[in-house]
Design a protein around this ligand. Structure first.
Ligand SMILES: Nc1nc2c(ncn2[C@@H]2O[C@H](COP(=O)(O)OP(=O)(O)OP(=O)(O)O)[C@@H](O)[C@H]2O)c(=O)[nH]1
Ligand SMILES: [Mg+2]
Length: 313
């Protein structure tokens, strides 16, 4: 039996190996992804984002436990775009989620930025597909929401949950408007701390100001993740959002838009690699280089020549 079949039948070691093959973009990766593709599309992908230390991991841990209790299968992808290694934050996540490792309904995978950040977003997407094809019902992605690549990663989600906390500073306006745009669900965590109600009110005001552009009324929940308070309501909210997406047809249109971007990204990567390969094999390349060195021509003219030679009529 091949790796994909074994992983789909619940073999965790096969699953881990499969993810590694895809992460490292080993030659078999494309074959595996092709084989899995027909089995994708069923899972709800949930992105969890918010400021560092707001309780994303603690909250994810509790939400996942509740879903597992309901008999669901859950995959968790912990992304750390800032760390080229599996550094401190991820280690912390591992510790906090350690008892989830023993839950047979749950699979946890950490990903650090080994290559480019764009590459991280790309492989995250592929890892989502693998988990989806292996019949995980829910896939959680946790990332600190600041830079471009984090936004890209979070774009892979059907439902984006933004975690806020009291005491981020007096001015909640300081929070980038971007986060207001991407959130489908807001959670004010650390509600045991002073100022949680104020954050809820301010968020509500900002959401009202923004106005709803779809039929989904963005809810704001409060939680004390360490004490497991408010968890059931948030889980129900997450499920409700997926139902909304399916019933309104929004799931189809947004996934189709994402597919278009993904397809174009694959095409451009492939074209780029192939064209560059051909440039490198160009017999006249050395000759051109010498000519440029002797100032008989310049890089800009040579680029034009190279591209002209490569482009099929
Ligand atoms: N008082 C209180 N503390 C909390 C709550 N939720 C999480 N914490 C604590 O806040 C700290 C950070 O929690 P994490 O879950 O690691 O936060 P995070 O957002 O995943 O952090 P990074 O991944 O490092 O950005 C930990 O010490 C938690 O125990 C809460 O509801 N109330
Ligand atoms: Mg975390």
């Amino acid at each position: 039996m091949d790796l994909v079949q074994r992983a789909r039948e619940g073999d965790r070691r096969a699953l881990a190996r499969l993810i590694t093959v895809v992460e490292n973009q080993e030659p078999e990766a494309v074959d595996f992804l092709q084989e899995m593709y027909p089995h994708t599309g069923k899972a709800q992908v949930i992105g969890i984002t918010g400021p560092p230390g707001s309780g994303k991991s603690t909250l994810t841990d509790k939400l996942v436990k509740e879903l597992s209790k309901r008999g669901q299968k859950i995959g968790i992808i912990a992304v750390d775009p800032t760390s080229p290694f599996t550094g401190g934050a991820i280690l912390g996540d591992r510790v906090r989620m350690s008892d989830l490792n023993l839950d047979e309904n749950v699979y946890i995978r950490s990903m650090g930025a080994r290559g480019s950040l764009g590459g991280l977003a790309e492989t995250t997407n592929d890892v989502i597909k693998i988990l989806d094809a292996c019949d995980f019902d829910y896939i959680f992605i946790e990332t600190v929401g600041v830079g471009q690549s984090e936004v890209e990663i979070i774009n892979a989600a059907d439902t984006v949950l933004v975690v806020m906390v009291p005491g981020l500073g007096d001015d909640i306006q300081a929070i980038k408007a971007g986060i207001l745009e991407i959130g489908d669900i807001f959670v004010v965590n650390k509600a045991d701390r002073e100022g949680a109600n104020k954050v809820v009110l301010e968020l509500q005001m900002m959401l009202d100001l923004k106005g709803e552009k779809s039929g989904w009324e963005t809810p704001i929940f409060m939680s004390d993740a360490t004490e497991s308070k408010g968890i059931i309501e948030i889980v129900d909210g997450i499920l409700e959002h997926f139902t909304y997406l399916k019933q309104s047809g929004e799931l189809w249109t947004t996934r189709r838009n994402k597919l278009e971007k993904e397809l174009l990204a694959i095409v451009s990567k492939k074209l780029y690699t192939q064209m560059l390969q051909r440039v490198k094999q160009e017999k006249k390349l050395n000759e051109y280089l010498d000519c440029i060195m002797r100032k008989e021509t310049n890089p800009y003219s040579v680029v034009e020549l190279l591209i002209k030679d490569l482009m099929p009529r």
